[in-house]
Design a protein around this ligand. Structure first.
Ligand code: PLP
Length: 466
């Protein structure tokens, strides 16, 4: 059999191989190693093609990553050209040009004095690198007790051991171990589920007070970092209450707690900017982690941008030979960095501006779905949004897990030509940034019909009377 793109298997043969030999990510024990998922065979622009040849709008842009859209020839070509020039070099003893040029271009976009980049293989390794950097930083500066990490409910930071220990979504940790002794958890900034009758301003005050109280109780001399997504993505597109992030930033600065903004989703165009921390939320973190959109998902690459001030402190520390013993075989991968450079060209050549122009329309159109009685809230920013379904609007009761409402909506939408990212009772929409107004109309029209059909099903089954 020929390898690569044209491996000519029937759908059934592919599914059979997968069920016999492939372990999918996030499997349940009852199906592990024996599971078939929707087969995707192609992609172009905002569309993907399933195994039956059906064209679907790629609602989640892969995993919030295919920002410039599928099948961009420029990206395919640069991968080929770079691999023919230099496919790989060891970052342990050597360096390459694309990574140095990319670091300089990323530094130019990063806020404040963030001007150095460490490249990784994706988001989890970016987060892991940032946290291990914080541990090293404090060890080298003689503060080896200052290493606890603050993270929040609703967070998702990755699937490696330390990054996964930070996750705060329900179910993520039920059956998995973690480095719990290193992590202190705070509340999710989810304003939709704030205490009954509380204003958003009071909710923000409550979160800030909890943060201050935690620093007091645990001790600033024990806390090394706070990590947070500016918009909690996989937690259901949770937007921070206004002014909450700058207030947290200030508390961190006052207590020498490193503020790590996890921009794995929000960077590289999702909110219309290369980085959202400063441009959208007015904060200048100590470290920003990124991945996904940096190559629009064409190559696994991530990284962290770190402050010059921190590096300077290390260079001046009492331990000039102390080693940040951390690096990956694929750190500064020349092909990944070359792809990222061309991807950044595409973003600069109109896609960022286009995103800023269509985002309000995208949000307005999705917001109309709140007319449907199953929809409790539609929220979002830039080209990311979440449609949260509730059984009862008054009590905001999430639908019972066993009704799997997100999956039901996804199944209807698939038939109608849209891939949805179902998250229990929520549908997350984050299409490729090149989506047009007409395509937004198509997407919202299909989603409306998919939710309507789901409401009919639930009524017929007698599990919901909305
Ligand atoms: N951080 C955030 C905010 C994410 O959304 C994700 C993945 O979805 C990660 C980190 C982990 O990235 P990766 O899956 O590339 O390791």
């Amino acid at each position: 059999r020929e390898a690569g793109v044209a491996a000519a298997l029937t759908n059934h043969e592919t599914i059979d191989l997968a069920k016999r030999h492939l372990v999918q990510p996030w499997p349940c024990a009852g199906e592990i190693g024996a599971e078939a998922r929707s087969l995707i065979s192609g992609g172009e622009g905002i569309y993907i093609t399933d195994g039956e040849g059906k064209r679907l709008i790629d609602g989640p842009a892969g995993m919030w990553c295919v920002n410039v859209g599928h099948r961009r020839e420029e990206l395919a070509r640069v991968m080929y050209d770079q691999a023919m020039q230099l496919s790989y070099n060891t970052p342990w003893y050597t360096m390459n040009e694309p990574s140095a040029v990319l670091a300089e271009r990323i530094a130019a976009y990063a806020p404040g004095d963030l001007n150095h980049v460490f490249f990784t293989t994706g988001g989890s390794t970016a987060v892991e690198s940032a946290l291990r950097f914080m541990q090293f930083f404090n060890n080298a500066r003689g503060r080896s007790d200052k290493k606890l990490i603050l993270s929040r409910g609703g967070a998702y930071h990755g699937s490696t051991y330390l990054s996964a220990s930070l996750n705060g979504r329900p179910r993520d940790r039920d059956w998995m171990d973690g480095a719990d002794e290193l992590v202190v958890k705070l509340s999710s900034p989810d304003a939709f589920r704030r205490p009954e009758g509380m204003s958003i301003a009071a909710f923000s005050d409550m979160l800030v007070a909890e943060f201050e109280e935690t620093v007091r109780r645990v001790g600033a001399d024990k806390i090394g970092a706070f990590i947070g997504e500016p918009v909690q993505a996989s937690g259901g597109v949770i937007l921070p209450p206004e002014n909450y992030l700058p207030r947290i930033r200030k508390i961190c600065r006052d207590n020498e707690i490193l503020f790590i903004a996890d921009e794995v989703v929000t960077a590289f165009g999702r909110l219309g900017h290369v980085f959202a921390s400063e441009d959208v939320f007015g904060i200048d973190p100590d470290i920003i982690t990124f991945a996904k959109g940096v190559t629009s998902g064409y190559f696994p690459l991530g990284g962290m941008v770190v402050s010059e001030r921190l590096l300077e402190q290390l260079r001046r520390s009492n331990h000039p030979t102390a080693m940040y013993a951390h690096g990956l075989t694929y750190t500064s991968h020349p092909v990944g960095c070359a792809v990222a450079l061309t991807n950044l060209d595409l973003l600069e050549d109109g896609i960022l501006a286009h995103t800023q122009a269509v985002a309000p329309y995208f949000q307005q159109q999705l917001k109309t779905l709140e007319e449907l009685p199953l929809v409790g809230e539609v929220r979002g920013i830039g080209l990311m949004a979440c449609v949260e379904c509730v059984a009862d609007r008054e009590s905001k009761n999430p639908l019972q897990l066993d009704t799997n409402v997100g999956m039901r909506i996804d199944a209807h939408c698939h038939e109608l030509g849209l891939l949805v990212r179902p998250l229990i009772n929520m549908c997350v929409m984050s299409p490729p940034l090149v989506i047009t107004r007409e395509q937004i109309d198509d997407m919202v029209g299909i989603l409306r019909e998919g939710i309507s059909r789901t409401m009919d099903d639930l009524r017929h089954e007698g599990v919901w009377q909305g």
